[in-house]
Design a protein. Structure first.
Lengths: 648, 256
């Protein structure tokens, strides 16, 4: 059994816990601090608009939009990074600004403008070229959205009349409009706000021709072919006139896919590889124990950018194992056992256990070898170490209003309150059944004597177990969100009469999987339970299959007809001893199958940072419609009770 | 005949299943045309259609029949299932997962090669007439442990999976059903398609074809497109404040 790695609480520990929580809340979980160095408030915070912006962008672009935070705005083709706050002062137009700068970045992404490795490398090496390309590409992208959505077109027209958001910047440095070379002006006309005196002074030079040419492009494919050429023409023009890069309006953001930086670093490393000397020399030096003049590095396997991007974009769902393709646990299990007994039982460093070891042992499905590993995993079920009781009570107090709402929603589930007919005795006659009985008598048949009815409040024959991922990866925002959700959900469930339990899980290899008991079915909300539930700590890994099997074992012992298992996790099932990738997914899927066969309804809430990737491994494990991916961990406290209500 | 726009080979499949006396299970999202399809097929095959809207309190007797008092006598009154079996009709159980799973076991002897319906109270076995067919439908998008079809029931049916039509087809459907102009239909379909991008990311389901037809019908009745959309595509889809705001912004982007 794994020993707790933190000390039992005492007064001093209470204070430390409180201080730590305050610090965490201050620095990690509070709303973004919208003050610059002088204490001035900045513009509208992103967080206040994010909840609406994300679904809107998802609907408009059809892309899996996940918003991160960075200034200047950019995208790495996985997330969209936006600034924490719009430029001061806060205005209604800020929502429009966020939408526009999102569309610029997503437009580059959606229309494949960032897909060409060679183009991006060329852009990265030349600042002037990059700025020209960016201005031309953004113009086309925004116009394209405007063509498809009349509302966006009118929004962009409105934005062009507003100075806010159109401040010019070179990198992060603001640049005044005064003195801007005339040759640049066509690049901004019709794209962003311009000072009155600059409007209409449109040059007829190359920039105007480039803009006109881009405006006439009718498809993204044509744009991709012509954009770099037009930008190069402008670059030559500006270079010949020593003008430097045209500055960018703030809302256009920048092009900064991080992988381009990594690629360029790799290129540099390979370019300098000759300096390390030939491989035979290095091996000779290694054998003789002498130092090489240059530290040799292990050659790294490089896959081209195109290949990696193609992999990511074309990864098929079939690549992942489906539940249906796996061997059945039920009737074929004996066969699998027999097979498993014939193979080597795993890596040689697996620990052995004394016979009197407390805990539970479970088989594990090893997809790599296609066999069951018998009694491989040892699961212990210690009570979770407690901390200060205020960890729970403070959260409950701070969220009293939300808890009240949850309790109201749960009220409808409290008991099954209705008239139950067809009883052999009761306070009232069930008219329908009495008529039926009478008709049976008249028809010469034996009547059914169950002709009474009674208004009953019958407790739902339901029990629910909630499993919370306490692996090391949850440390920080996820753990904080889980802690809050757990307290709110528990407070809601307290008002119901149904049996419920909370467990946390983590582990280190097969030898030590922990199911931390936060609250068992039989326990009430006494102080000891509150101490456990209010002080979640994260460490270790996620060996999901064994956790699910143990939860199934616990739920099988319950007498309720309906048994629900809710799992909250933040990532793939992974542990250190090879339990990762397909093996982790397959074993977890098998464990879910076992639970389903035992009549247990398993539902997962995933807090994975990458919701699209999460759906790919959650579907084979839990099945379609049996999981919910939350793009924002802060939604957990709200969505967990909602999910519970919808499930029961 | 009830108008129906085919989305694939569902008509041929249904016709073949009907000829071979095979029961059919239709699954698909809310408002995608499952019920209309069954109506259309019943008329196409020239068979009576008996529809049962399933709900939690539906009992086996509600399906098979019971004795009732009529004057001073007791009279046996067939339930919809028995009536369909006797008449060679299509018995359509709509939203079948709403009924308790144990009630549906009454379908089992009718959905295999026996094609009989035992009536214990009458001491009879009703043999299903030629043309009798059980059709059930449900929405697999429901995420409720209480709304699941038993495996033993599910495996007795030929399955037809429905989804929302392509935008072109959906535009045609909206125009036909509501009589609205093609431009309005195109805008509504665009809104519907976009709202479905939020499925499993906030919304349980996006706007159904039926909801788009409602919106178009309201427009045809004289409401502005904005009001009609607000009442259908926004108000009927979610109560969440942020999603409501996002849907309103979508309306604004699409309608201008």
């Amino acid at each position: 059994m794994a020993a707790p790695t933190w000390t039992p609480e005492d007064e001093e520990q209470d204070d430390l816990d409180r201080s730590e929580k305050l610090l965490l809340e201050r620095f990690l979980f509070s709303d973004p601090v919208l003050l610059d160095g002088t204490g001035r408030a900045l513009g509208t915070p992103l967080r206040s608009l994010q909840g609406t912006l994300e679904p809107w962008l998802r609907m408009i672009t059809g892309m899996p939009v996940i918003i991160g935070q960075a200034d200047p705005p950019c995208t790495d083709l996985e997330r969209l990074y936006l600034p924490l706050a719009a430029p001061e002062p806060p205005q209604k137009i800020d929502a429009l600004l966020y939408r526009t700068l999102s569309l610029v970045q997503l437009g580059f992404w959606q229309h494949g403008l960032l897909d060409s490795h060679s183009t991006l490398k060329a852009l990265y090496k030349d600042w002037v070229l990059r700025s020209c390309w960016h201005l031309l590409a953004a113009r086309w992208v925004l116009a394209e959205y405007g063509r498809e959505f009349p509302g966006i077109a009118s929004d962009l027209k409105f934005l062009r009349d507003q100075a806010k958001g159109s401040e010019l910047r070179v990198n992060l440095t603001p640049v005044p409009w005064d003195g801007l070379p005339r040759a640049f002006l066509p690049l901004y006309e019709g794209l962003c706000w311009m000072p009155e005196d600059l409007r209409g002074r449109r040059s007829t030079g190359r920039a105007a021709k480039a803009v006109e040419s881009i405006e006439n492009v009718d498809s993204a494919t044509t744009l991709r072919l012509s954009l770099l050429g037009q930008a190069r023409v402008l670059r030559e023009e500006f270079k010949a006139r020593s003008l430097g890069p045209p500055p960018l309006p703030w809302f256009l953001g920048i092009i900064r896919p991080e992988w381009i930086l990594r690629e360029l670093e790799d290129d540099a490393a390979h370019t300098n590889a000759w300096m390390k000397g030939p491989a035979p020399l290095q091996s000779l030096l290694a054998r003789t124990g002498r130092k090489a003049p240059f530290r040799p590095e292990a050659p790294q396997e490089r896959r081209g950018f195109r290949a990696r991007l193609k992999d990511r974009l074309t990864r098929k769902k079939e690549d992942l194992p489906s539940v249906g393709s796996m061997p059945a646990y039920g009737v074929l299990r004996d066969e699998a056992h027999a097979k498993a007994r014939q193979v080597d039982t795993g890596p040689p460093d697996l620990p052995t256990y004394p016979d009197d070891q407390q805990g539970f042992r479970y088989d594990e499905w090893d997809a790599d070898q296609g066999c069951w590993r018998l009694d491989l995993v040892h699961v212990s079920e210690p009570p979770a170490p407690g901390g200060s009781v205020t960890g729970y009570t403070d959260l409950a107090t701070a969220h009293a209003a939300e808890i009240l709402q949850i309790k109201r929603r749960f009220e409808a589930l409290r008991t099954e309150e209705r008239w139950v007919g067809g009883l052999p005795e009761g306070p009232e006659v069930d008219i329908d059944r009495a008529i039926l009985a009478r008709t049976d008598i008249l028809a010469g048949q034996n009547p059914d004597p169950r002709v009474y009815r009674q208004f009953i409040r019958r407790p739902e024959p339901l029990c629910v177990m909630t499993l919370v991922d306490l692996s090391g990866s949850t440390q920080g925002r996820v753990l904080h969100a889980q802690q809050r959700a757990l307290v709110l959900f528990a407070e809601g469930l307290r008002s119901l009469s149904l049996a419920h339990a909370f467990y946390g899980f983590n582990g280190e290899r097969a030898a030590q999987v922990n199911m931390w008991r936060l609250k068992d079915f039989e326990e009430s909300y006494e102080e000891e339970v509150l101490r456990r539930m209010g002080n979640l700590r994260a460490q270790g890994a996620t060996r999901l299959g064994a956790v699910l099997r143990h939860a199934t074992h616990r739920l099988r012992l319950r007498s309720e007809g309906k048994r629900l298992l809710i799992l909250i996790s933040d990532g793939r099932p992974e542990d250190r001893d090879g339990y990762r990738g397909e093996r982790g997914v397959a074993d977890s899927a098998m464990a879910v199958q076992e639970a389903t066969r035992a009549g247990i309804h398993v539902h997962c809430i995933s807090l994975d940072k990458d919701p699209s990737a999460a759906a790919e491994y959650l579907k084979p494990v839990f099945g379609a419609g049996r999981f919910l991916v939350l793009p924002k961990v802060e939604q957990l406290a709200k969505r967990l009770p909602e999910l519970f209500v919808s499930l029961v | 005949m009830a108008w129906y726009k085919p989305l694939g080979d569902e008509i041929a499949l249904f016709e073949t299943a009907a000829r071979r006396n095979l029961p059919v299970l239709i699954k698909g999202p809310t408002g995608c045309g499952k019920t209309r399809f069954v109506r259309h097929m019943a008329e196409r095959l020239d068979r009576p259609l008996i529809t049962v809207a399933c709900q939690e309190d539906l009992s086996a007797a509600d399906l098979t029949g019971r004795y009732v008092l009529e004057g001073g006598d007791t009279v046996w009154r067939d339930g919809p299932l028995t009536r369909a079996a006797r008449e060679g009709a299509i018995c359509y159980l709509d939203e079948v997962v709403e009924a308790r799973a144990d009630v549906l076991t009454v379908l089992h002897p009718l959905t295999d090669d026996r094609r009989i319906l035992p009536l214990e109270r009458l001491g009879q076995e009703v043999e299903a007439q030629e043309g009798f067919q059980v059709v059930i439908s449900y929405n697999p998008g429901y995420q409720s442990m209480r709304k699941e079809l038993k495996e033993s029931t599910r495996q007795r049916f030929v399955s037809l999976s429905f989804d929302y039509p392509t935008p072109e087809t959906e535009r045609e459907i909206v125009v036909h059903e509501s009589g609205c102009d093609p431009k309005t239909a195109a805008q509504l379909v665009q809104l519907g398609v976009r709202s479905r991008k939020l499925k499993e990311h906030g919304l349980a389901e996006g706007a159904s074809t039926r909801l788009l037809i409602y919106a178009a019908t309201l427009v045809e009745a004289g409401l502005t497109l904005e009001s009609a959309c607000e009442a259908t595509l926004v108000g009927s889809l979610t109560d969440d404040a942020e999603l409501t705001a996002a849907l309103r912004e979508l309306l604004r982007a699409v309608l201008g």
